[in-house]
Write a protein that binds this ligand. Structure first.
Ligand code: HEC
Ligand code: HEC
Ligand code: HEC
Ligand code: HEC
Length: 497
């Protein structure tokens, strides 16, 4: 479908973003009023001085994917709500800010992930978010849950194309108009039909946006569409929607700096919320006195990508929000099964496929045990405690022994302290059968396990050869040394050189 020229709001290239002349006059009055308020009566401009234009920014986050804060496993990680809030607060010193989210905040649907999602939403509320688009991970949580959050005021969702099983819009209204800095900015959102979840229908995005804006035409000066669409779909969607001043999406492989696709802008905020899209409304004073009124290049939106990097300080309100989140986790004490972080055991796993705990290994493996006891692996849980994150299953999954495996670490209150830290069996596999009879081999190929935890996010410098040198140990079992073991087993213990 091409542009509908019958539309009352004319989207002719270059003028689609035009603000009618009368509206510009009205805006200038508002801008002047704002300037007056800001400066106070003493600094009020005389009739001859031009009114100071007030900047208007639209900031969009997206694809937060549970990344409420960087884990701190390595230096210089970006993202997190604590920095996002500082950036927004700084920007608000220079103009009005409309803060939006393109969706993708949850990292799953488990009870644990819901708690985290709600904490992210609470953080967004503290940042004064206007609306949050229904992304794929949100949709996966189901209509009832999302509507419940909306009713409780936990979130103000927006979506033009997600419907419930009965065909009713998932959330109302399907379009929100935000009045600020003298401009009326309409915001709506779409989801890729690829992310249709059980009990939800997802309509064609472009037609849905047009249907959402139709009854509101004339009520707004600019249209921003939040679009949770994979990259290719996002690009063709933006190109097919000249009615929008900006389409901001995610998740895309990488953040997309704002670029023109026809009259509007296309950008994407992505990657665990590390990169935010900042859009700047056209300066309305550029139109002042222009013979032809508004229009032309001066009326175009512009923008950039902002990285929520380590140079941004932690904002106090978000620090508080994070504390509340951790307190909730301490209280809930989720067991591994409630987190969705652990893959179920393969069917037919033998009953003795169980974690025995590192202490049981030390009885026979003395030298290797000593190396391990002095490594950071053994103290992985203390590292989390130091930061208050020992209650967060996301962290526990890599910082404890056999997280979620039979006999392995389950939760702070349920599990023995000895299962804290990365133990022998994180690399060698649940080895109760081996403890009972050392002739039974340990189940894992140890050197293949490192990358499960030492991934590019958590351990960007990981290189097996260097890292192995720092924890290297060998088969130190000598028949003499295996004395503490049950006699029968000790007799079988032999030296492996
Ligand atoms: C995917 C596995 C994984 C997850 C999830 C994980 N960590 Fe880590 N963490 C690691 C690894 C691997 C290292 C060691 C990195 C290295 O030295 O290269 C590490 C190291 C650390 C360190 C030590 C950094 C230092 O400078 O010594 C801290 C602190 C830490 N993690 C905190 C956390 C917190 C908090 C969370 C949860 C929010 C978390 N981790 C989640 C794997 C993980
Ligand atoms: C279950 C997750 C996990 C696995 C598997 C894992 N690590 Fe680690 N590793 C960690 C964590 C977590 C830390 C950081 C511990 C801390 O600082 O509290 C770490 C830290 C390290 C360190 C720094 C330790 C020190 O004492 O300086 C080295 C070296 C290391 N890992 C090597 C390896 C190698 C080699 C493998 C594979 C053979 C491996 N790790 C497998 C989670 C893991
Ligand atoms: C971070 C991962 C990791 C941890 C933790 C770990 N190991 Fe290992 N272990 C390895 C790797 C890797 C090898 C070398 C295996 C290879 O070369 O294939 C190894 C080798 C061994 C060997 C010699 C195996 C052979 O076939 O020669 C023994 C025995 C052993 N580990 C016991 C232990 C014990 C006991 C603990 C705990 C006290 C422990 N390991 C902790 C990764 C680990
Ligand atoms: C009762 C003494 C004893 C205990 C307890 C014990 N081992 Fe062993 N382990 C041995 C002996 C003996 C061998 C050599 C077996 C052989 O060569 O057949 C061995 C070999 C190994 C090897 C190399 C061969 C293989 O199975 O891959 C690894 C790895 C290993 N042990 C890890 C562990 C871990 C991890 C634990 C604790 C969960 C543990 N062991 C507990 C006695 C013990």
């Amino acid at each position: 479908m091409t542009r509908d020229t019958a539309q009352p709001r004319p989207p002719a290239p270059g003028t689609g973003r035009a603000v009618p002349v009368l509206a510009v006059a009205a805006l200038l009055v508002v801008a002047a009023a704002l300037a007056f308020r800001a400066r106070g009566p003493a600094g009020a401009p005389g009739p001859a001085s031009p009114p100071a234009p007030s900047n208007l920014y639209v900031v969009v986050s997206g694809d937060t994917h549970g990344w409420i804060t960087p884990c701190g496993c390595t230096a210089n990680q970006s993202g997190g709500l604590l920095r996002r809030a500082t950036y927004l607060a700084d920007l608000r010193k220079t103009g009005e800010v409309i803060y939006l989210d393109a969706g993708g905040a949850p990292a799953g649907t488990s009870p644990y992930q819901r708690v985290k999602f709600e904490a992210i939403l609470a953080g967004e509320r503290r940042m004064g978010i206007a609306v949050h688009n229904v992304g794929g991970p949100e949709a996966a949580l189901g209509a009832d849950y999302l509507r419940d959050l909306q009713k409780k005021g936990t979130v103000q969702l927006v979506s033009a194309n997600v419907r419930d099983a009965a065909g009713n819009p998932l959330v109302m209204p399907t379009l929100t108009v935000i009045h600020t800095a003298g401009l009326r900015v309409a915001v709506t959102g779409v989801l890729s039909p690829k992310f249709a979840a059980a009990g939800l229908r997802v309509d064609e995005p472009r037609a849905s946006v047009l249907a959402a804006v139709a009854p509101r035409r004339g009520d707004y000066d600019a249209l921003v569409v939040l679009a949770y669409l994979p990259e290719g779909e996002l690009e063709s969607f933006a190109a097919s929607l000249p009615e929008a001043d900006a389409v901001v999406g995610g998740p895309t492989g990488q953040a997309m700096a704002p670029r023109r696709t026809g009259p509007g802008l296309l950008a994407a905020a992505t990657n665990k919320g590390k990169f935010l899209v900042e859009l700047t409304a056209p300066k309305r004073d550029g139109d002042r006195g222009g013979a032809g009124g508004a229009g032309g290049a001066s009326a175009a939106w512009s923008g950039r990508i902002v990285e929520a990097g380590p140079s941004l300080a932690d904002e106090a309100g978000q620090v508080e929000n994070l504390k509340q989140y951790l307190a909730t986790l301490a209280d809930r004490d989720f067991s591994a099964i409630e987190t969705g972080l652990v893959a179920p055991l393969p069917p037919g796993a033998p009953p003795d496929y169980r974690v025995a705990g590192s202490a049981s290994c030390l009885a026979c493996h003395k030298d290797g045990g000593a190396t391990w006891e002095h490594s950071k692996h053994a103290h992985g849980l203390e590292t989390l405690k130091g930061k208050g994150f020992h209650v967060d299953p996301s962290c526990l999954q890599c910082h404890t022994t056999g997280y979620g495996l039979p006999g392995g670490f389950d939760s702070v209150r349920r599990s023995a302290a000895a299962l804290g830290g990365v133990g022998c069996e994180n690399c060698h596999g649940p080895s109760r059968a081996h403890v009972a009879d050392p002739k039974v081999k340990t189940p894992f190929a140890a050197r293949d396990q490192c990358a499960r935890c030492h991934d590019p996010e958590n351990s960007p410098a990981f290189a097996y050869d260097q890292y192995w040198q720092r924890i290297r140990h060998a088969n130190d079992v000598r028949s003499g040394r295996a004395a503490p073991a049950p006699g029968a087993l000790a007799a079988e213990a032999k030296s492996i050189d």
